[in-house]
Design a protein around this ligand. Sequence first.
Ligand SMILES: [Zn+2]
Length: 240
Amino acid sequence: MTDIYVYNTEARTKQKFEPIDPANVRMYVCGVTVYGNAHIGNARPYTVFDVLYRLLRHTYGAEHVTYARNITDIEDKIMNRAKEESVSIKTITTRYTKVFHEDMARLGSLNPDMEPRATDHLPEMIKMMRTLIEKGHAYEAEGHVMFSVASMENYGRLSRHSRDELVAGARVEVAPYKKDAADFVLWKPSSKDQVGWGSPWGRGRPGWHIECSCMAAKHLGETFDIHAGGQDLIFPHHEN
Ligand SMILES: [Zn+2]
């Protein structure tokens, strides 16, 4: 079997790839947010990870590789677009998911083995937030659920951003419901005219970061081999 060397962002170097289970090699790729036509910068990472997917299939056997790539179908940009056109978010996400699939097919990309959608995972997200609150990694404030960055000792390990740098560089939004300026939103309240779901913290919608955490854990397990996405996702999305 040929050795595969993959660039590991955390280590900032190429490392020999050793799967957790060679009979079930698992890769999650952060998918597109469907609110408009994809551009070439969106297509690039999916093309790169398509090549990696093919190489993994070639090396371990097609039936031993699972590739999950999500569709982000709830996000403020989608909500804004739906409002502009006076249509439901479903109309927007259905339209641009179709366009995305057509574009990737034109580029000759293989389809992922699964394509989970964020809006199908609300119960999982609520469960994960409850667990985080129980463990002291998250807290409720004014209808929001916030992740407490200070509760996580190795926060910044992936992106090599320190909490102090973030705050000093004003890279984070200061808000009254945050205990710490670096804390980020897991759940936020929706007004009556905004799309929302019921939760123990009131009607609202999830933040982007918890969506991928839940979809990856549900479909690939709590730990898996590769979590990939565009380079611009290293911070804050992948760190968070
Ligand atoms: Zn993601």
